[in-house]
Write a protein that binds this ligand. Structure first.
Ligand SMILES: [Zn+2]
Length: 160
């Protein structure tokens, strides 16, 4: 619990420091075995990268440091409630635990909330404001089997 408070305070300090640098007020730290292995801040403004949220930059840094996209056994401490993109990225990376210090309700008066996008994404595709369509195109050249490897073995390439 004490460590949790310390890691969350570190994430908050990163957020404040980022604001002083002209960035948005979000910071995150990645912890493994009680040690901070990577940190991140929101770099959207600096990089013109809409995906450069604090949690994303932190897990990218952690993966680079560990030399693996698998962050199993790592925890993320974020200054604010992670948005759905970051939550999904952390899940996909195998992050086992997430804690955040400020909720969407805390951030809402400042326009710092992802509650609307959570609500939107919970709706069926047809009811969402972004037009999402399933278009089952199968290019002729890729429609059946693909050769793989040098042995001439054919198998169904999977993308999962
Ligand atoms: Zn995010």
């Amino acid at each position: 619990m004490e460590n949790e408070t310390r890691f969350l305070c570190e994430a908050i300090e990163l957020a404040y420091a980022n604001v002083e640098q002209g960035g948005r007020p979000f910071g995150a730290v990645v912890v493994r075995d009680g040690e901070v292995i990577a940190t991140g801040v929101n770099e959207m403004i600096k990089t013109n990268d809409p995906t450069a949220h604090a949690e994303m930059t932190a897990i990218r840094a952690a993966s680079q440091k560990l030399g693996s996209p698998n962050l199993e056994g790592c925890a993320v401490y974020a200054s604010g409630h992670p948005c759905p993109m970051c939550m999904a990225a952390m899940r996909l990376a195998g992050i086992s635990e997430v804690a955040y210090a400020y909720s969407n309700d805390d951030g809402a008066p400042f326009g710092l909330t992802s509650a609307a996008i959570y609500a939107e994404l919970a709706k069926p595709f047809a009811e969402q404001s972004m037009k999402i369509r399933y278009v089952p195109v199968r290019p002729e050249s890729r429609s059946v089997f693909m050769r793989s490897g040098s042995g001439g073995r054919t198998d169904r390439r999977r993308f999962d």
